[in-house]
Design a protein around this ligand. Sequence first.
Ligand code: PEP
Ligand code: MG
Length: 536
Amino acid sequence: MKLKGIGAAEGIAVARLWHMEVVDLSVSHREGCDPERESKRFADAQHTAADELTALYETTRQEDADAAMIFDIHRMMLEDLDFCEGVSGLVAGGCNAEWAVEQTGNMLHDMFQAIDDETMRARAADVKDVAGRVIRILKGIDEGAGLPHEPTIVVAEDLLPSQTVALDKRYVVGCVTKNGSVTSHSAILARSMGIGCIVGLGEAFQYIPKDGIMAIDGATGEVIVDPNEAEISEYAGKRKAFEEQKILLHQYFDKEAVTKGGHHVEVCANIGSVKDAEEAKKAGADGVGLFRSEFLYLESADFPSEEVQFQAYKKVLEIFSPKRVIVRTLDLGSDKQAPYFHIPPEENPAMGYRAIRICLDQPEIFRTQLRALLRASVYGNLHIMFPMITSVTQVMKTKELLASLKAELKAEGVPVSDGIKIGVMIETPAAVVMSDELAKLVDFFSIGTNDLTQYTLAADRMNAKVSNIFNAEDPAIRRMIEITARNAHAAGIWVGICGEAGANTNLTSFFMENRIDELSVAAASILKVRRAVCES
Ligand code: PEP
Ligand code: MG
């Protein structure tokens, strides 16, 4: 059976499908339970958890010995005296084991969090992880509910960015969702992984069975459920053609992106992790035009510490040095939610408490990130960029905070580069309108066409029903880009595009007419974009 969705990331796959269910770890509090029974349930769950962790340790160790260590630490935590005694004490009082584990986990988490030592604080997230594992087992949810260890097309109603980052990428060859749109963050992640992704299947989603084989074409949005022999071989042919295209494009790997008229463009990569940076480098990126730093937060069970962030920024800078790396500061909120931020549900999250608004409202969170960035600055060519800017005041406040942290670090004797460049994302109509003023305060602009399109055309980027209105080629968006580029160049600063439109080759000649200086796209699109620039 053929179904049609919206092609969100190019890639052809024929593989087994797997429905991703959201694992519910919430627990209820029961009193008057039999302590002996609950105690045994806890001990059994502890055993199962230890077995799971041993298996995880063994499989991970073969690929990455350092990464495997975490499972060893978790195994020790599982048997930690404070953890076991905390649970036993509560269970002895007659409560259910799940609740006892949750309470003890929370208590230990808060305790670690309060310690004035980076390494110990980092353990807080691990305690939560361990408690969560035991709760899942107590609730009878099998880890087998996880991704199969074979090439798999992930199927979900919605694929949250936090769920996408948690998937074991070795086995995911495609994804299909009922909701979502081309610029939803899971589609963006799929593009960065170089796998096919189809979103917005809508009503057709109900025809996807629980199990079986599926064929997908991420360019056209076609999904074939239970393909027959002829369809499988048609897809094998398509896949071959797709791979051949990739080989042809390889001639653009070392080529400079210069238009026929001589305008030079940097073709950079959008990344969300150190791993992405490695892939982007291999894909021939001229630098990093957008490091979505919030993915470090989404991957983590708690606030990533200054040290954890510093290590990630340092590695990415080193990978690309001396080329430019633009790290965008935390852009959490809206569809990107980390539970430990405790952002209450909002009527209109895309226009709510997110990005720079959270950072300026909770400077302690911002401080940690900015200090990590400043410390990392000596390892490469760091550019820092602020998201969701709507006013000049926000930029001034942010620059003040950055300057005071720089002075603080220097006073501590920590080296900080004097060459850091500062930029803002132009992704709100307010920022476009104020771009002449903003340009006086920063070194560069990067146009976020995803949010700029959603806010300008009042069309939710996540809503498949308005995907016909959400269109970065719309004349209104073209005008927004023209105004921004004109104001940037008049002030003598450069301007890039880091939204998904950067990879839309229908727009390349329009970008070139406006002397756009940089296009930052998913690693898989770099060569295609470089070719389009050279042909303009
Ligand atoms: C954008 O809005 O275009 C952008 C690049 O940021 P994000 O997609 O992460 O919101
Ligand atoms: Mg944005």
